[in-house]
Design a protein around this ligand. Structure first.
Ligand SMILES: C[S@@+](CC[C@H](N)C(=O)[O-])C[C@H]1O[C@@H](n2cnc3c(N)ncnc32)[C@H](O)[C@@H]1O
Length: 309
């Protein structure tokens, strides 16, 4: 669970029982964990962390309808969406997926993750979206007989700054934006960004002047958004003519976009191609390439470079 969620009910006895439930779940005794959590919730019905744990325990115990009910209660107890109730409900087939992951959920997830992000991603998950984008940008520049150098870059969902590190020294001025203040703190340590902003990427783009960047980049970020219309339109607006938009996504071709069981969104090649044309981009490349592993397997992905017409 997201560690920023309130793990205390304010009642020591209930907190102790919650720890037992967690220990039972840890041992794989999910039905027993669910039983303890139901008793806790009878006394603390507004405790979001308990509803979340109950949803998880019931799901793992095979009680699908019970899990849905718990996540529905979680949605009421956690209106900010920090614990991702709507995402879980959509994943379980009990509601439409939101157009993007709630800001509170993304912020909580990555604030928790920030300190160990680089080691976990580049090590365990074999993460390589920044390298793939770097190579795709280099190839696009070669093909377009353009110098592989960008005066002004916007790094959407910059995280800890891996994209800036990968692209250095091929830019002059890079601005980063991210929902997670603790990821931004890590990015600041790289000393590679001209400025860093805590905020939502579409809002950030809307506030930028038209034609104020030669490159907009989004490495493994659009996986937290389903609908990408605004992102494409705003990226096109802030780019100069001939400016590039590079991004990676998880690929799923059944629908335009869909929320996966991993709580990240998948996008179809057809959807990206259509959005590119509507927003005024020429497709330079959309290549199949996996940016990371999940449970030891390559997650199917696409790496795209678009040029502003
Ligand atoms: C998997 S990390 C990738 C970070 C970085 N781009 C990299 O390649 O290492 C995804 C980042 O996107 C940020 N993020 C997700 N959705 C966002 C949104 N709508 N607006 C701004 N940042 C977002 C998260 O906070 C997180 O830091």
């Amino acid at each position: 669970m997201n560690e920023t969620a309130n793990q205390s009910s304010g009642n020591l006895v209930l907190d102790r029982r919650f720890a037992w439930a967690q220990a039972a779940a840890h041992e794989g005794a999910h039905a027993a964990a669910a039983e303890i959590l139901e008793q806790i919730i009878a006394e603390a019905p507004r405790w979001a962390a308990a509803w979340f744990a109950l949803g998880e325990a019931r799901e793992k115990a095979g009680d699908h309808p019970g899990a849905i009910l718990a996540f529905q209660h979680l949605a009421e107890a956690d209106p900010s969406g920090l614990l991702g109730a709507d995402l879980h409900l959509a994943r379980l087939g009990a509601g439409a997926a939101p157009a993007r992951a709630p800001d509170a959920y993304v912020r909580g997830l990555f604030d928790t993750y920030a300190a160990r992000f680089d080691a976990h991603l580049t090590g365990d998950l074999a993460y390589r979206a920044p390298q793939l984008l770097n190579e795709a940008l280099r190839a696009a520049c070669e093909r377009g007989r353009q110098i592989f150098h960008f005066p002004r870059v916007i790094d959407l969902g910059c995280g800890t700054g891996l994209m800036a590190r990968s692209l250095s020294p091929h830019f002059d001025d890079m601005q980063g934006v991210d929902l997670s203040p603790l990821m931004i703190e890590e990015a600041r340590r790289t000393d590679l960004y001209a400025s860093l902003h805590v905020g939502e990427l579409a809002t950030f783009l809307r506030e930028r002047p038209a034609q104020s960047a030669e490159l907009v980049i989004a490495a493994d970020v659009l996986v937290y958004l389903g609908a990408l219309e605004t992102t494409f339109t705003e990226a096109a607006r802030v780019l100069t003519s001939d400016g590039l938009f590079g991004f990676s996504v998880q690929q799923g071709d059944a629908q335009d976009w869909v929320l996966g069981q991993d709580m990240r969104y998948f996008h179809s090649r057809a959807y990206l191609t259509r959005l590119a044309a509507t927003a005024g981009f020429e497709v330079i490349s959309i290549d199949a390439a996996s940016s990371r592993k999940d449970a030891g397997h390559d997650v199917p992905g696409l790496v795209a470079i678009l040029r502003r017409a």
